[in-house]
Design a protein around this ligand. Structure first.
Ligand code: PMV
Length: 315
């Protein structure tokens, strides 16, 4: 028997970095998916096949001995096999539409779809149980994950998250399209976050004022989202990007991409840690093609997405 599940990627619309210091962030799921297929085998092995490589390992191998980006899948498979009375192996196949490692939620989507597909072979779990398993799996690669990424990948739509109150769904269903462009510069979230901490320590007063401003901006965005006011969301994207420039997470290439995208869209900014990774522009059907065309003219890799309201799907 095969068990199959798919989950969407995500982007951070507003609030990255400031969220580390207690400010609210807004995330949304995007309609690019990862599909995971799991099936029982009789070889007593855990086999994982994906477009970023393959892994074959024996069950009960200590997790720190699994040196592979596919570790969350191994973790999930091993945990679920251990709970079964009879011995069995598992084969897991991963199929991704999401570029990996550029802040578009590929690892969270893997964990959510992986938890649902692998557990689905043996029993049907609730969404809450799948979320807990997915977050545990993601911790095997990002020990400090807040769980916000897995949450948005599981439920789809828009969520708000802050450290004190956790996450909650935003009911708005704004009708926009996002053009995502990939700088193809590798970045380490950990390193960029640590640079921002240093910036804060050297500029306490300024940083604290910026947190207040970011907080006001986010509250304004929540109203714009409710009203589907793209011009207002766009203005806030431009403002938020200015704050990200000040705290030092941008660079020349990202600035150039944002400048081009802003000219033709409602607004654009970095998404995620910065230093590399992706930017996105807010568009609708009238300015989407022009924005894509201009970015491509400048040889930037880009594609458009909508908000995904489906979240986790199981088949
Ligand atoms: O680049 P991503 O998607 O891993 O996002 C990082 C978001 C930060 O706010 C910079 C860090 C964090 O832990 O929230």
């Amino acid at each position: 028997m095969k068990s199959k599940a798919s989950a969407p990627g995500k982007i951070i619309l507003f609030g990255e970095h400031f969220v580390v210091f207690g400010i609210k962030a807004i995330l949304c799921a995007i309609d690019k998916r990862i599909t995971v297929t799991a099936e029982k085998t009789f070889d007593n092995k855990i086999t994982i096949e994906s477009n970023i490589g393959n892994l074959v390992a024996d069950p009960k191998t200590p997790i720190n001995k699994i040196d592979s980006p596919l570790r969350p899948f191994y973790f999930l498979a091993d945990m679920i096999i251990r709970k079964q009375e009879e011995k069995s192996g598992l084969k897991i196949t991963v199929d991704s539409e999401i570029p990996l490692g550029v802040g578009l939620g590929s690892s969270s989507a893997c964990c959510v779809a992986g938890a649902a597909a692998i557990s689905g072979i043996f029993e049907k779990k609730s969404k809450e149980e799948i979320l807990q398993m997915a977050i545990e799996a993601e911790k095997t690669i990002f020990p400090n994950t807040s769980g916000a990424d897995c949450t948005v990948c599981l439920y789809g739509g828009l969520i708000q998250y802050d450290k004190k109150n956790g996450y909650s769904r935003i009911d708005s269903e704004p009708n926009f399209e996002l053009v995502i462009a990939n700088s193809k510069i590798e970045h380490s979230t950990k390193e960029v976050v640590s640079n921002v901490k240093q910036f804060k320590e050297k500029n306490e007063e300024r940083f604290s004022k910026m947190c207040t401003q970011e907080n006001e901006l986010i509250e304004d965005v929540l109203v714009c989202l409710k009203n589907n006011d793209l011009k207002c969301i766009g203005r806030n994207l431009i403002k938020n990007q200015k704050y990200l420039e000040i705290i030092g997470v941008s660079n020349e290439k990202l600035r150039n991409m944002i400048e081009i995208a802003t000219k033709y869209s409602f607004g654009a900014k970095i998404t995620g840690a910065g230093g590399g990774g992706c930017i996105f522009a807010l568009t609708d059907e009238n300015n989407r093609e022009k924005t894509i065309h201009q970015l491509k003219e400048n040889e930037y890799d880009c594609f458009s997405v909508k908000i995904d309201f489906r979240g986790l799907d199981t088949f």
